[in-house]
Design a binder for this molecule. Structure first.
Ligand SMILES: Nc1ncnc2c1ncn2[C@@H]1O[C@H](COP(=O)(O)OP(=O)(O)OP(=O)(O)O)[C@@H](O)[C@H]1O
Length: 771
């Protein structure tokens, strides 16, 4: 056995011993029946009582679920740091030194130093019986050095270790030595160092169809974002693969840990597509957070609506633009006159004082216009409409001014109003003439070209109005039918314009409710199902959140910003995105809408600079498109290279589908995980058929669906076709080219004008200019 293997085995045994202690302690906790009450009460003196109680509650839960930890947490304990003594010798509530800097005499003149403190980092905090930390929660302040220390600024950290474990078994350790210049002792011995870094091991793993958390290898610049203060707006930009999505999700978990009571008001994570929601759904539960966080696609933010179709780019451009606010306001008013099932009467006839009173069409139009001259939402104008109708009918009686005693006159008028307004003829009339409208009905009524042309006069040109109207023909009169994510934002705007009653406020959720009682004894699958049902319930009630996290913010249209802004009117925000990946065509207008949603809240800005997803060889090819799509934007530096260059291939006279299938088969052989085939949106269905029978590891995606996702290997089909899809096509192509973690094939069709090496014209251009 090689010497290094012996060291590795010994170090694994050391960590195994620690993990055994942790599990023994968790088992003890399991038997402490009154743990939460007793333990939390004893320790209210240190830290905020709320936070400590929560932390203990989490530990308690860990105990209750001890037998399930094996399957739930692959690596309950994942990190360790060995530290020099802290500068001021002060220790925090969790027993660890608080200072980031080492004490004056921590390093001797000849570079000798001793490890003064060893901390283990895990998904939950665990204290031993004397309240000494056995495991520090990854979100606790004491865990920050594990993430922050770099060889340039190591602080007190001498060695950082990532521990790989499964259930109760330690499988491996990987060390980074941050102060290699020191001669360090740990107890009696030296400080052994094993392996060459955990990050690379994590990045090299095969991808599945779900995202993994990154707690064991969060990098310093990412940690700064995750732990940024909650207030105001935290804005994060960074190129593809810099960990923006991962950081956003870990930040949600961090905020909950910091201030669980405040965020019981809910954290909303807005994601661009349902595919990305499904991809990231497991990350928060793996961090021990369930329930308080709603991860929603932007097309699923309105109750009862679920976007399941796409608009063509030209239609999306109109529907997403702020011009729609005016159009929708007119539509909400105009929709009163749209016949839905029952006929709209052209006159009103009622009986009073033994005769028939009648309002004709002209009079009714005048009344309608007068009511609509107010600015209130349409449904809320109904009482005013009723009043003006009664006034007009009263005038028809000719009795006004006949009685001189004001009290008697008033009585007579009141009697008249009561009699008439309860008459069936009047009630039926009002119902048909000023019906309570739903957002869906109004949206559906916009599918008539002539009508929409009227409502959008001076806002949309005739051509635009026709396009929007045609796209809405997929809805029936009640608005049932397929919706796009843009339609959903329109529905939300209509909700406002109609003045529908606000949804009830969120009920108070006590996180401790979930922690006691027999219902704890369930299977993981049960709990997952309950979690989902739980937050679906809560979602239905909740119209506002305490914190809003927007992922892929560059794609939001102005109308979508308005919709999300309403959900975070009193919230703090975290916004992550990359303008160079934007599929939205008018970034300036979106910027204005975003500013309006965020108001005057102070902003904190961060930039992430390292690409953890793409090997350098793939990043280089993508950067050629970046230079065209967003000239002057720097590419994030790829953290690794594989030595494998992207492959360029052309159909070579074969039908495109056959070439794509052959290439996908080849890649399935080469990688262990997933293969994504990215095509222009129009080809989605066709591409699905090309891959039939290749199994679950291979998927076909439209260019807009690839957003945020990643695959071991990708095939990007016809860059030119993707680039020409919309005015933002090149940026969408840039997204497509940055999805692969290991292999990329660019497959050209004839329109790509591939050269002899099958490199398409779009990807040649820059090298030619440079060359
Ligand atoms: N510190 C890290 N340790 C391990 N893996 C990481 C780390 N940071 C990011 N990754 C991995 O890099 C990949 C890209 O991360 P993520 O999807 O969050 O990036 P992104 O910035 O949102 O990308 P895009 O803008 O292209 O959607 C993911 O597989 C993620 O797990």
């Amino acid at each position: 056995m090689a010497l290094s293997d012996t060291v590795r085995d010994r170090e694994i045994a050391v960590e195994q011993e620690h993990l055994d202690r942790v599990y023994r302690r968790l088992e003890e906790k399991l038997h402490e029946a009154e743990f939460i009450l007793d333990d939390a009460a004893k320790r209210v003196q240190v830290g905020t009582p709320g936070a400590l109680a929560e932390r203990d509650a989490l530990v308690f839960r860990a105990g209750v679920h001890l037998n399930r930890l094996n399957s739930e947490f692959e690596d309950f304990l994942f990190g360790r740091v060995d530290l020099l003594e802290g500068k001021d010798g002060q220790r925090g509530a969790d027993g660890a030194f608080t200072s980031v800097e080492p004490a004056e005499g921590a390093v001797g003149e000849n570079g000798d130093a001793a490890i003064a403190e060893t901390l283990h980092i895990g998904r939950l905090g665990v204290l031993d019986a004397d309240y000494a930390p056995l495991v520090i929660d990854w979100r606790a302040p004491a865990a920050a050095p594990f993430y922050r220390a770099t060889p340039k600024e190591p602080g007190r950290v001498v060695r950082r270790r990532v521990i790989r474990s499964r259930g109760r078994k330690v499988l491996g350790v990987e060390d980074d030595l941050l102060r290699p210049e020191l001669t360090v002792t740990l107890g009696e011995d030296g400080l052994p160092v094993v392996g060459d870094g955990a990050l690379m091991a994590a990045l090299g793993r095969a991808r599945s169809h779900t995202m993994r958390d990154i707690v064991a290898s969060i990098q310093a610049e990412q940690d700064l974002v995750i732990r940024a203060p909650a207030g105001g707006v935290t804005e994060v930009t960074g190129g593809p693969g810099t960990g923006k999505t991962a950081v956003a999700l870990h930040r949600a978990a961090y905020l909950l840990y910091q201030d669980r009571r405040r965020y019981a008001g809910g954290i909303l994570v807005v994601s661009p597509t349902p595919l990305l929601v499904a991809y990231t759904e497991g990350v928060l539960p793996s961090l021990g957070e369930e329930g308080q966080v709603a991860v929603r696609a932007v097309g699923s933010l309105v109750d009862g609506a679920e976007a399941d179709t796409y608009d063509e780019p030209a239609v999306a451009r109109i529907k997403g633009s702020l011009r729609m606010v005016k159009v929708l306001r007119s539509a909400a008013r105009g929709a009163l006159e749209v016949q839905r099932g029952r006929e709209i009467p052209s006159s009103l006839k009622v009986q009073a004082f033994g005769r028939t009173l009648r309002l004709d069409a002209e009079e009714l139009t005048r009344i309608r216009q007068s009511v609509l001259s107010g600015t209130a939402p349409v449904n809320l104008l109904r009482p005013r409409a009723r009043r003006l109708l009664l006034d007009a009918l009263w005038a028809r009686t000719g009795r006004a001014g006949r009685i001189t005693d004001p009290e008697l006159a008033q009585e007579e008028r009141q009697g008249f109003d009561e009699d008439v307004s309860t008459e069936t003829a009047f009630l039926d009339f009002l119902e048909a003439w000023w019906p309570p409208l739903t957002p869906r009905q109004v949206l559906a009524s916009m599918s008539d070209e002539r009508r929409l042309g009227r409502w959008s006069r001076r806002v949309l040109n005739g051509h635009e109005a026709r396009r929007v109207a045609r796209s809405l023909r997929r809805l029936d009169a009640e608005g049932r039918g397929a919706l796009s994510a843009h339609d959903v934002a329109l529905l939300d705007e209509l909700h406002q314009a109609l003045g529908l009653a606000p949804r009830p406020k969120a009920r108070e959720v006590n996180p401790l409710d979930h922690l006691t009682g027999l219902d704890e004894v369930t299977t993981f699958a049960d709990r997952n199902a309950r979690r989902r049902a739980d937050y679906q319930d809560r979602e239905r009630e909740r119209s506002e959140y305490a914190h809003v996290i927007v992922d892929e913010a560059q794609d939001l249209t102005p109308m979508q910003w308005r919709m999300i802004g309403r959900r975070g009117a009193h919230a703090t925000w975290t916004i992550v995105g990359d303008p160079a990946q934007s599929s939205w065509t008018d970034p300036q207008e979106a910027g204005r809408a975003r500013d309006e949603a965020l108001g005057s809240r102070p902003r904190r800005r961060f930039t992430l600079t390292t690409n953890y997803r793409n090997p350098a060889e793939i990043a280089e090819v993508a950067s050629r498109v970046l230079a065209l799509a967003a000239p002057g934007t720097p590419s994030p530096a790829a953290v690794r290279s594989t030595g494998v260059h992207p492959r360029f291939a052309a159909g070579d006279g074969r039908p495109l589908g056959r070439a794509v299938r052959a290439e996908t088969e080849r890649l399935l052989e080469e990688v262990d995980g997933t293969v994504g085939v990215v095509v222009a949106m129009e080809r989605r269905a066709e591409a699905g058929r090309w891959l039939e029978g290749l199994g679950e590891r291979a998927v076909a995606l439209g260019s807009l669906e690839a957003k945020g996702l990643e695959y071991d290997a990708t095939v990007v089909v016809s860059p030119d076709e993707i680039g020409a899809e919309s005015p933002a096509g090149l940026r969408v192509l840039y997204v497509a080219l940055t999805r692969a973690t290991q292999r990329l094939t660019v497959l050209s069709a004839p329109r790509d004008e591939p050269d002899a090496d099958a490199v398409p014209a779009l990807l040649r251009r820059r090298s030619r200019q440079e060359g």
